[in-house]
Design a protein around this ligand. Structure first.
Ligand SMILES: [Fe+2]
Ligand SMILES: [Fe+2]
Length: 353
């Protein structure tokens, strides 16, 4: 159930610019602090990673082939709406990365960071443009320059950027690879050719996550003490947002033969496993109390959507009630016991899923 239908380019822009709790955001940060980052504690790993970016094994990947002309077909209306919503929220995330990385690139002269940000901008710009070509097939391309100029920006301290971006790159990998593997097993459920691109695409996201992992490992104070409270917050915020957002797209998941619960918990398992390279704590997403909490959060979010639609004073009161319920549930989830582990000697992980 998408809140508002996407039928025109104005609808697309409104969606891309929307500022709900679960919609992707644009970020600004402290560029001087980014400029001061010292990668020397992880020099060998860092240089090896930059060499991988330099090799650019995906330079020829984001080209459309004949399948886009041959395979695109009319989709049932509900599926088409959810798919468009998926594309618009994906392009907004991809472009959000592109804009942030490019701004950091422009504002720093630290060669390690400048080089990394140049590569990240290159990759995210390819990703955003590739999705945009698919939106244009429906006459619904996003005006990216306009989006950059008019979308609201949220300021995040560098450490919040590291936690949030690391997680969104790794969860992005886990999402794309899980969809890719499912459609590899069930090619009849691949209702659009873009999914065939996800395997090599998600390796870019995986490597982007590795970069932020190395930045955090080079600054170990980010991964201990009171900062773990932030790690915990971002883990929960990213997982909860994904869970709520995915459950607003039932037809999309049915079409791919994925149950949203199974899909989301699989993505959490993969992300949690990878994130042990940096975070000495992880959320116990398979604990029944945790799962019950996410379901309550979903119920509260649906309640807010219904109350908004109802409008008037009663709608407003209901909305306040559901919002309070959501906040209370989030706090309860935040306070649940977490798992603890030591950080591995080997900092990097391979994309083995
Ligand atoms: Fe990307
Ligand atoms: Fe990325």
């Amino acid at each position: 159930m998408t809140a508002q239908a996407i039928e025109s380019r104005d609808d697309v822009m409104r969606h891309a610019k929307s500022e709900t709790l679960i919609s992707p955001r644009f970020y600004k940060t402290d560029y001087a602090a980014m400029n001061r980052l010292d990668m020397s504690p992880v020099r060998a790993e860092w240089d090896a990673m930059l060499a991988e970016y330099e090799g650019d094994n995906n330079h020829d990947h984001f080209q459309r082939d004949a399948s886009f002309k041959d395979e695109i077909r009319e989709l049932p209306p509900e599926l088409q709406q959810e798919f468009l919503d998926f594309l618009v929220s994906s392009i907004t995330s991809e472009y959000s990365g592109c804009v942030l990385y490019n701004e950091i690139r422009k504002h720093v002269d630290n060669p390690d960071i400048k080089q990394l940000m140049t590569y990240l901008t290159r990759d995210e710009s390819r990703h955003a443009n590739f999705i945009n070509a698919s939106l244009r097939d429906y006459g619904l391309g996003v005006d990216l320059a306009n989006l950059k100029a008019t979308k609201a920006y949220t300021y995040f301290k560098p450490k919040y950027i590291f936690y949030a971006t690391y997680l969104s790159e790794k969860i992005g990998y886990a999402r794309y690879i899980t969809i890719y593997r499912q459609l590899e097993r069930h090619p009849d459920k691949r209702f659009h050719p873009i999914f065939k691109w996800f395997e090599r695409w998600c390796n870019d996201e995986f490597r982007h996550g590795e970069s932020f992992a190395l930045i955090m490992r080079a600054n170990p104070h980010l991964l201990r003490g009171a900062n773990l409270l932030w790690v915990r917050f971002f883990l929960l915020a990213v997982y909860a947002t994904m869970f709520v957002r995915d459950h607003t797209r039932p037809a999309l998941h049915i079409a791919m033969g994925l149950d949203p619960d199974t899909y989301d918990y699989r993505v959490f398992d993969i992300t949690t496993e990878i994130s042990k390279q940096v975070f000495p704590i992880s959320l116990d997403t398979n604990a029944p109390a945790f799962r019950a909490g996410l379901n309550r959060l979903l119920e509260a979010s649906d309640g807010v959507t219904r109350a908004k639609a109802q409008g008037g004073v009663i709608g407003l009161v209901k909305r306040a009630g559901w919002t309070l319920a959501a906040v209370g549930t989030f706090v309860k989830l935040y306070c649940m016991p977490v798992k603890r582990h030591d950080l591995p000697q080997q900092m990097r992980v391979a994309p083995a899923w």
